[in-house]
Design a protein around this ligand. Sequence first.
Ligand SMILES: NC(=O)c1ccc[n+]([C@@H]2O[C@H](COP(=O)([O-])OP(=O)(O)OC[C@H]3O[C@@H](n4cnc5c(N)ncnc54)[C@H](O)[C@@H]3O)[C@@H](O)[C@H]2O)c1
Length: 339
Amino acid sequence: MKSVRIGSVGLGRLGYEHAKNLSMLLPGCTLHAVCDVDEERLRSVAEVLDIPHVYTDFAEMCTDPELDGVVIVSPSFLHVEQIRIAMEHGKHVFCEKPLGIDLAQCKEAEKVVEVHPELVFQLGFMRRFDPSYAEAKRRVDAGEIGKVVLVRSYTQDPRSTIESTLKFAPHSGGQFLDMCVHDLDLVRWFTGSNIKNVWGLGGVFEFDLYRELNDADNAAVMVQCDNGTMGFLFTNRTHAAGCNVETEIIGTRGTLRIAPVGTKDLLQIVDEHGARQEYYPDFMSRWHTAFLAEMQAFTDHIRNGTRPTDMTVYDGTAVSEAAYRCKESFETGKMLPIR
Ligand SMILES: NC(=O)c1ccc[n+]([C@@H]2O[C@H](COP(=O)([O-])OP(=O)(O)OC[C@H]3O[C@@H](n4cnc5c(N)ncnc54)[C@H](O)[C@@H]3O)[C@@H](O)[C@H]2O)c1
């Protein structure tokens, strides 16, 4: 089996996780090169993971003829430019969410992907690769809960990682684009419908930085889809017990509920506080299996000459656009249609 050679850009919180998976846990794939502007970080990651080639310049990494594909885990505002550079150098692309930080960037990404049908393009909406979410989708598609009526989804990062969250906040694109975009993707995926109207709500309940960024540290969204189905989303970064992501799909004949309590393992702790199970400590551990599965799918597509059938560049635009409208709605206090 030919080993697929990957170059990965961005070695921060998630970039390091993807780099570890690519270099140690995925059969049939070699992490050939890594790139980061932080030279100290770059050298130390390359040493720990034993990566032969290092770059501080992404365009230079893309000139390496040995590379088959790139994995983009850089700050969100860089994604589209890096997609363009990689594809112009003939590299397959996996890009983290969100696609772009404004509609113009998303449309530019669409054009780049359209002129390179010979290359794999995959976006990082990893929840679709999580076994519980994939099973829920299979049951929804099989009609087991009748017609989908409402998707309720919460995304809460733990307070224990708030320091890195606050550092990341200025280039995150904001709560709606950075966090709710996952839940907006789930609404489209489970309802099979485009989003028609959004009403973004929120406030600064604790961290003044979010006020400076014209953002909310706690945010919610009411969603109405083209086919009449509904969504209710909530996000914050200060969940007390760990990473909490829960999703409920309510249908006319039943309900599917994923991880009402995101337990890290099967261990039950009994002490003076009672009996409890611990949450996943962070998003990396919650989505470990999904991060691996999405990267396995990406490298398999490269090796087999196949293409992802969903989560296209157009889906990336659609969910990003919904997220931009949520932010506008939050700012104006009005429910807004998606253009
Ligand atoms: N799928 C998910 O659930 C998920 C979770 C976290 C982050 N993300 C996405 O992953 C991306 C990275 O997020 P993060 O939390 O790892 O960010 P981070 O800030 O922790 O890391 C970003 C890294 O990129 C490097 N970098 C900055 N500019 C660069 C450039 N021009 N060239 C090369 N490297 C550069 C930085 O030095 C840093 O090491 C974001 O787009 C984010 O939305 C997705």
